[in-house]
Design a protein around this ligand. Structure first.
Ligand code: DGL
Length: 284
């Protein structure tokens, strides 16, 4: 905590400073993609912890320690706000780290929960994510705070992350696994499903087809980008520059395998990424 607070000597970042976004690896790029759409004039510094992914099978202590290191790194880049793009880190670390930093910080869970509670008609909400995120019980606890009448059914879907990272977005193997995972949610008669993991928006069409058209899918990445806009507005931190820098305002850092990261990023982002810089996150 002391080290996080030591940023007091750093000048407070102004409106044109970048937004720091972090994730356990490549998945947070689905959040970056939505921020680029919602806030095209903003600069972004992204960090993907590709050396230590996955977070979804790790303990709260470990994910909190990793998140603190990443925030220290982002502070050296003078970011004006931080987005925890990783659902697992939002669930396990955000509560603690938000007390320790002086700049605004937002995770993906609260925005997702808020929209899901507004979307459901029958009060039955499903949530899918990593083992750790589902175990944390974070979505049920937020949703119950908003509306005590909702019933939340969580289902971990650990194989979705490797399937997406292997590029099997439209594949019979992904269909088969998705059927097995999702059948329990179909049986529970949910009408709303939260895609509670960074990777899941990339297999949205498969999930939508299996769940059927009566089930509305909530993408926390999308909701978070708009919530971020509201937060920056409120804090008077929106960038005043004109949009259209053609992608030059985005910088990417990873802890390993920069080339693999770059290829994945270029398959899902509008702007081509020329390079991702590797840093030693253990030094922070
Ligand atoms: N980014 C993680 C999440 O959204 C998924 C990958 C991992 O397990 O680290 O929960």
């Amino acid at each position: 905590m002391a080290i996080l607070m030591s940023q007091t000597n750093i000048p407070f970042p102004g409106n044109s400073a970048p937004i720091g976004v972090f994730d356990s690896g490549v998945g947070g790029l689905t959040v970056v993609r939505e921020i680029m759409r919602a806030l095209p004039e903003e600069s972004i510094i992204y960090f993907g912890d590709t050396a230590r992914v996955p977070y979804g099978s790790k303990s709260k202590e470990t994910v909190t320690k990793y998140s603190r290191q990443i925030i220290r790194f982002l502070n050296t880049q003078h970011v004006k706000a931080i987005v925890v793009a990783c659902n697992t880190a939002s669930a396990m670390a955000l509560d603690e780290i938000e007390k320790e930093i002086k700049i605004p910080i937002i995770g993906v869970v609260k925005p997702g929960a808020k929209v899901a509670s507004e979307t459901t008609k029958n009060g039955k909400i499903g949530v899918i994510g990593t083992e750790a995120m589902i175990r944390s019980n974070i979505y049920p606890s937020y949703l119950e705070q908003i509306n005590s009448n909702v019933e939340v059914i969580g289902k971990p879907c650990p194989l979705f992350v490797p399937l997406v990272e292997e590029g099997l977005l439209q594949d019979p193997v992904t269909d088969e696994i998705a059927m097995r995972y999702l059948s329990v949610l179909i049986d529970c008669n949910i009408d709303t499903l939260i895609l509670g993991c960074t990777h899941y928006p990339l297999i949205r069409s498969t999930i939508a087809r299996i769940m059927g058209e009566k089930v509305k899918l909530v993408n926390p990445a999308y909701e978070t980008a708009w919530e971020l806009k509201r937060m920056l507005e409120q804090e008077n931190l929106l960038c005043n520059a004109r949009p259209g820098l053609g992608g030059n305002q985005y910088q990417f850092f990873v802890s390993d395998a920069a080339e693999k990261f770059r290829n994945f990023a270029n398959s899902i982002l509008k702007y081509g990424i020329l390079s991702a810089k590797t840093i030693n996150i253990e030094e922070y």
